[in-house]
Ligand binder design. Structure first.
Ligand code: GTP
Length: 386
């Protein structure tokens, strides 16, 4: 047996949780400066749903002009903002056009219906639009997260609460069509409303926890990126390259070979001393950018230090590495550095080595590529040596 006091308490709890969550997200946006746009969208989503639900609870006590249409509009706005926050965290894009058009069309349809007697159409429009708004956002987020673009982990499961919210709203839509007189008012004491409000309470908590985890994952991803990459050129730093090399060497014992191309810019000190350190930095960035077309998705490009780089080529033998290195050498040689309206010729020397099964450690392969590079320098530079 469901009582009015029970549905009222449940609705008040959902409103309270949403209002508290709104304050926490505001603090995240302005004080913590954590994903500020997504945090603001979540603050707005929670505030709108708290206000929308409050308006529902006050129907009959507040003037109709405030409790009905604005309340329904706020509820839909809450779901639209939730979708926007999800997009901002997962895709880093504010997708607002479809969502605002949905809210505008649904709002206009609601205005066309008089809020009198049977509110079946209003309930259908609000819950249908809300289910669509969250469902589309959940689907988009799932596509991004299952590809593991955040921190390299598969986070597809994190979208489950969003799918549940969409399903809950769809269930309300169906129930409103079947039982219009009991479900159009959430406070009507019946089993469906009690289950709906309990689920809404759980999902409000879950949806905020999910977004908080997604923001955290984004931060972890950013920190991981900073830890693994060279800030000047954007390629892997020595630590990350050594890890990639160790992994490739483990795979060697499982039958997957690899080769290394070590690259060292020629007479770089002279460039630095003549044009300045900023020009040297620009030359390093140009070298890395210029060589990108020679590097496959599976290859690993790292900066070993100073003007020395190394490319790890999985499934490649010495002949393949020689081809790649020669293509790279020609590219560097034919692209001078443009600095203060003048061209400064660039070149680089290359040492290549193929991993052998007899190499106990990756450092042995690296040492052979280094020795080959040393020979290339000895031969007058701007050459490839094996
Ligand atoms: N601009 C800039 N210079 C760097 C950076 N890291 C190292 N260097 C400079 O790179 C130069 C390397 O000089 P050397 O090791 O003598 O090499 P090189 O002049 O290229 O001579 P060869 O390799 O024999 O052709 C030094 O002057 C370093 O200060 C950097 O991040 N930016």
């Amino acid at each position: 047996m469901t009582t009015l006091a029970q549905t009222q308490t449940l609705l008040a709890s959902v409103v309270l949780v949403a209002a508290m969550a709104s304050l926490v997200w505001l603090a995240m946006a302005f004080v913590g400066r954590l994903a500020p746009r997504a945090s603001l969208a979540m603050a707005g989503a929670n505030a709108a749903s708290a206000l929308g639900l409050s308006a529902q609870a006050l129907r009959g006590r507040w003037p109709d002009a405030l409790a009905y249409w604005p309340g329904d509009l706020l509820s839909m706005l809450g779901f639209a903002l939730l979708g926007a926050a999800v997009g901002l965290v997962t895709e880093r894009q504010l997708r607002w056009r479809v969502a605002s058009a949905t809210v505008a069309v649904a709002g206009a349809l609601l205005l066309a219906q008089p809020y009198e007697g049977d509110l079946r159409w209003q309930a259908l429009i609000v819950s249908g639009a809300s289910a669509g708004l969250v469902g589309v956002a959940a689907l988009r987020a799932w596509r991004v997260l299952r590809a593991g673009t955040i921190a390299g982990r598969s986070l597809g499961g994190l979208t489950l609460p969003l799918f549940l919210i969409a399903s809950l709203m769809a269930a309300r839509c169906v129930e409103a069509a079947i039982n219009p007189l009991t479900t159009t008012n959430m406070l009507t004491p019946n089993a469906f409303n009690r289950a709906f409000l309990w689920t809404a309470l759980g999902l409000t908590l879950l949806q905020n926890a999910t977004l908080a985890v997604l923001v955290l994952m984004r931060l972890i991803a950013r920190i991981e990126r900073l830890l693994a990459h060279d800030p000047l050129t954007g390629v892997l730093n020595r630590r990350a390259f050594d890890l990639a090399l160790a992994e490739a060497h483990d795979a060697l014992h499982r039958g997957q070979g690899y080769a290394l191309v070590m690259i060292d810019m020629d007479r770089f000190k002279q460039l630095n001393d003549t044009l300045g350190h900023a020009a040297g930095d620009a030359a390093l960035r140009q070298l890395v950018q210029g060589l990108q077309p020679c590097v496959r998705e599976v290859d690993r490009f790292g900066r070993l230090g100073g003007e020395e780089f190394c490319v790890l080529l999985p499934d490649t033998d010495i002949a393949g590495a020689a081809l790649v290195a020669e293509r790279m050498r020609m590219l560097v040689d034919t692209t001078p550095l443009r600095w203060l309206e003048q061209d400064w010729p660039l070149s680089a020397s290359f040492g290549i080595a193929e991993a052998e099964r007899s190499d106990a450690q990756a450092s042995e392969v690296l040492a052979r590529a280094d020795a080959a590079l040393y020979r290339a320098k000895g031969q007058g530079r701007n050459v490839v040596q094996a």
